[in-house]
Ligand binder design. Structure first.
Ligand code: SF4
Ligand code: SF4
Length: 294
């Protein structure tokens, strides 16, 4: 597996506004995400805890799914029929996206596009690449897709913008975090044990307007999950919920600034200097640039 990521960031940015034929790959199959985040990075339970422990609980966001009308286990909250296990709504925890001025997938000129909070808009490199927080899903990308014989984001970028991104499509011998079926429960797919507490929250999840308290509610239960089961540790739920509520990393400052500043998705945006003023000034870790990694 070999990819050309320089100037791409196709898997870190929602580049759909740049094309007339946007991919809707995350909305195929019986369970559709309730939100409209593109390429959410699902984290394992251990990774969720690691982000919280590092003070980045404010960088996390849950994803719920809608269920087909015939699903027995579905739970209806705020008018949405949610996928569930034993009456407990299921969810992922991933990384938040926020509008940033970026020029991804080989395009010229910055546009406002929803991007992973950890993407450096100037270099299009990951601010946590190579440190202990780097998600296994990102480290292995597009290894999971190749192993499962599914189209990769690299190929979607090639199809729309040309060029060669996926230079070698040989699947890796093994990847971390590829959890399928029952073994994913409590490790990557979590359940919320109190659906009655989700009134109002589910509506905000669908509208993309979750509050920090809403996000803390899900992250707390994910961090408190027991692997392979739908059980939780109440003590860890309280502990991690509080950790998220008190998180105040540079991510919160940057998201607030970008959100207030951004115009419509895909519209022209300020250049790289703005990114330095916003994220570097807020305390974001630096990225090395592409010369340093070649
Ligand atoms: S879409 Fe592929 S080539 Fe582009 S940044 Fe992601 S892994 Fe790299
Ligand atoms: S964590 Fe890094 S590699 Fe993963 S989506 Fe975010 S910016 Fe991209």
């Amino acid at each position: 597996m070999d990819v050309d990521c320089e100037g791409c960031a196709g898997c870190c940015v929602d580049w759909r506004p740049l094309t007339a034929q946007p991919s809707d790959h995350e909305r195929r199959g019986p369970h559709e995400p309730l939100d409209d985040i593109y390429n959410l990075v699902p984290l394992t339970r251990a990774e969720v805890r690691r982000f919280c422990d590092a003070g980045y609980g404010d960088a996390l966001v849950p994803r719920l799914w809608t269920a087909p009308t015939a699903a027995d286990d579905a739970v209806v909250v705020d008018g949405h029929r949610l996928a569930a296990v034993d009456g407990q709504p299921t969810f992922f925890v991933g990384l938040r996206k926020t509008p940033k001025p970026v020029a991804p997938v080989g395009t010229d000129g910055e546009r406002w596009l929803r991007s992973c909070v950890f993407l450096d808009p100037t270099t299009l490199q990951c601010r946590i690449h190579g440190d202990g927080l780097y998600p296994s899903e990102c480290a292995d990308y597009p290894g999971h897709n190749l192993l499962l014989e599914r189209e990769t984001e690299c190929e979607r970028v090639e199809a729309v913008f040309g060029g060669d991104r996926l230079l070698d499509d040989e699947p890796p011998e093994s990847v971390e975090g590829l959890l399928l079926g029952p073994q994913a429960l409590g490790e990557k797919v979590f359940v919320h044990p109190e659906p009655d507490a989700l009134t109002g929250i589910v509506g905000r999840a669908a509208a993309g307007t979750l509050t920090s308290a809403d996000r803390a509610e899900f992250v707390g239960w994910a961090a408190a999950s027991a692997p392979g089961t739908a059980e939780h540790s109440e003590r860890h739920y309280e502990e991690y919920r509080e950790t998220v509520l008190s998180a105040d990393s540079w991510v919160t400052d940057a998201v607030e600034t970008w959100t207030a500043w951004a115009s419509g998705e895909g519209e022209p945006a300020p250049d790289a200097d703005a990114a330095e003023r916003v994220e570097d000034a807020a305390g974001a870790p630096q990225t090395p640039g592409w010369d340093a990694v070649e």
